[in-house]
Design a protein around this ligand. Structure first.
Ligand SMILES: Cc1cc2nc3c(=O)[nH]c(=O)nc-3n(C[C@H](O)[C@H](O)[C@H](O)COP(=O)(O)O)c2cc1C
Length: 148
């Protein structure tokens, strides 16, 4: 079974909730989903063995968190070229985070980005409970793009 890693950072839990719900969608597509907080991933070796990678980070001060920057430096050492990639995160107004991750995976890592765009959900939508459906749909669509 194809295996997808969903690795996220989150300070107040919204992007974490997105990660868990995206994982449900990936499983609905018949793929295995592994969800990890980036702080739990100790080395690039732990990134080996997946067919797809979805990295998530909220936007703070119009950028990604310091932890996500450090994680991406580490992930660069893993050979993720040609693997399927995606990005997501929560925000309130200018959600640059997922776009920064998306561009890094595409242009720096050489990954094949799933044609789903950088996936942002506003915190107000998540807090109202209306974010679950789009997150599940994103995960399912991503899972379907990772063939086999
Ligand atoms: C100090 C601070 C700065 C923030 N900066 C931005 C920002 O630049 N752009 C934006 O869209 N949201 C910004 N936000 C909103 C967060 O992205 C939003 O609360 C998000 O849901 C947090 O996700 P998390 O629960 O996964 O940490 C900021 C929030 C705080 C507290």
């Amino acid at each position: 079974m194809k295996k997808i890693l969903i690795a996220y950072d989150s300070k107040t839990g919204r992007t974490q909730k997105m990660a868990e719900t995206i994982a449900q969608g990936v499983r609905e597509a018949g793929k295995e989903a592994v969800v990890r907080r980036i702080g739990e991933i100790g080395s690039e070796k732990e990134l080996e063995g997946f067919d797809g990678y979805i990295f998530g980070c909220p936007t703070y001060f119009e950028t990604i968190t310091e932890e996500m920057k450090q994680f991406l430096f580490m992930a660069k050492k893993a050979d993720l070229a040609e693997k399927t990639g995606g990005s997501f995160g929560s925000h309130t107004h200018i959600g640059n985070g997922p776009k920064i991750i998306h561009n890094t995976l595409e242009f720096v890592f050489g990954m094949k980005m799933a044609d789903l765009g950088a996936f942002n959900v506003k915190e107000q939508i998540l807090d109202s409970g209306k974010g679950e459906e789009p997150c599940r749909a994103y995960g399912k669509a991503f899972g379907e793009k990772v063939g086999g």
